[in-house]
Design a protein around this ligand. Structure first.
Ligand SMILES: [Zn+2]
Ligand SMILES: [Zn+2]
Length: 143
């Protein structure tokens, strides 16, 4: 049994642990991820809800429905504003912002870039990971 991987927000109010398998990290370049992160996108991986547990601060998370976002929500720590993990619409997996991790998850780099078709013009993707025009399984642009 390997050690759980832990993560937390900037102020430490929100913390969590993941036991067992985690998905590879992807970089989403969509316009929503750029806006909520303020950067070139969102470095994220997923894990099953069974593997994920809150260590503290779940009640300190604010959730915002994005206007016109067709159910897309963003979640943040109420104290420091860090993005937080959030479940998918079906409640089967948690999406975890990779920057929250305090422990080494084991993966290196990105397994894929998604929504590259709507990436910011100033972003240069320099690794060899596949670049999907939209989500996983959409046409590959290169790589
Ligand atoms: Zn916080
Ligand atoms: Zn996105």
């Amino acid at each position: 049994m390997s050690e759980p991987i832990r993560g937390s927000c900037l102020c430490g109010a929100v913390s969590f642990a993941i036991d067992g398998k985690i998905g590879p990290a992807g970089q989403c370049h969509c316009s929503k991820c750029r806006k909520v992160s303020g950067t070139d996108g969102n470095a994220v991986f997923y894990t099953s809800v069974r593997s994920f547990r809150w260590l503290g601060g779940e009640a300190n998370i604010a959730s915002f429905a994005v206007p016109g976002g067709a159910g897309w929500t963003s979640t943040f720590c109420r104290t420091c504003g860090s993005p937080t993990p959030h479940p998918d619409a079906e409640g089967k997996i948690y999406f975890v912002p990779a920057g929250l991790l305090d422990d080494d998850p084991g993966f290196r780099g990105y397994a894929a870039h998604i929504f590259v078709g709507s990436k910011a013009p100033w972003v240069c993707i320099t690794d060899g990971a596949p670049q999907y025009a939209e989500g996983f399984g959409s046409p590959v642009m290169q790589g």
